[in-house]
Write a protein that binds this ligand. Sequence first.
Ligand SMILES: Nc1nc2c(c(=O)[nH]1)N[C@H]1C(S)=C(S)[C@@H](COP(=O)(O)O)O[C@H]1N2
Ligand SMILES: [Mo]
Length: 258
Amino acid sequence: MPFPWRSEPHPDTTAIVQESARRLDLPTRRLFLKQAAGLGTLTLLAGCDVVDGVSAEAALGRMSDFNDRVQAWLFDPHQLAREYPGSAITRPFPFNAFYPEGQSPEVDPESYALELVGLVERPAPWSLRQLYALPRVTQITRHICIEGWSAIGKWGGVRFSEFLTRIGADTRARYVTFRCADGYATSLDMATSLHPQTQLTFWFDDAVLPRKYGFPLKLRVPTKLGFKNPKHIVEIEIGNDYTGGYWETYGYNWFSGL
Ligand SMILES: Nc1nc2c(c(=O)[nH]1)N[C@H]1C(S)=C(S)[C@@H](COP(=O)(O)O)O[C@H]1N2
Ligand SMILES: [Mo]
């Protein structure tokens, strides 16, 4: 499909924004039209000069990539997810994974080590004892699963930004990738990884994180859909190459912000 500015030396900004909006999925489009201001915006989103039609088309060619860029740009790193009182906690909290509950991985706490890979100054693995000693925060927030349910839970752990500082992660990198004991994986943009409510979680409802909810540790990301909250994390990688994830491979939108 030809882009409106392809053969136009002086493209009409409004037309470009509208044409681009038509190429987005619905929720992203609604946000985009609410906030998109003009040609400068689009140039920023596309990561290239829109007057150069060929490179613009190359940048916008992968629809989902364009959706990710728009969403990442719209993501406000200071916007907080709503927190709830203890009385709002959902009990029992639902379990979900790509397998039935009884098949959750059994991780041995004694031999467990969190491995660090990529752009990290201090890549030594972390034992559970070391992780439990990190400064603790808690949150009561809503987890929203793409399959159509949501539930409010209480999670405790360390701010992920604090952990990233301790390991000397390069926070200019684009992606943080999480690999899990059950073969699951997902990845996050750096802005979300540094968000104050993004938590490396060891506690659930004031007790040790149960096996089915991700023992020994998960990432709690209240600004993202449930599948962007990896359980049973065994490896974290900081890098600039797109790594996707388990459900992302099946077509779920990578950014999936709320
Ligand atoms: N390791 C791992 N993490 C995972 C999943 C999984 O299958 N394996 N499923 C995701 C999905 S789709 C959801 S909704 C939540 C469910 O978390 P819960 O069991 O604590 O409700 O975990 C997410 N993280
Ligand atoms: Mo989910």
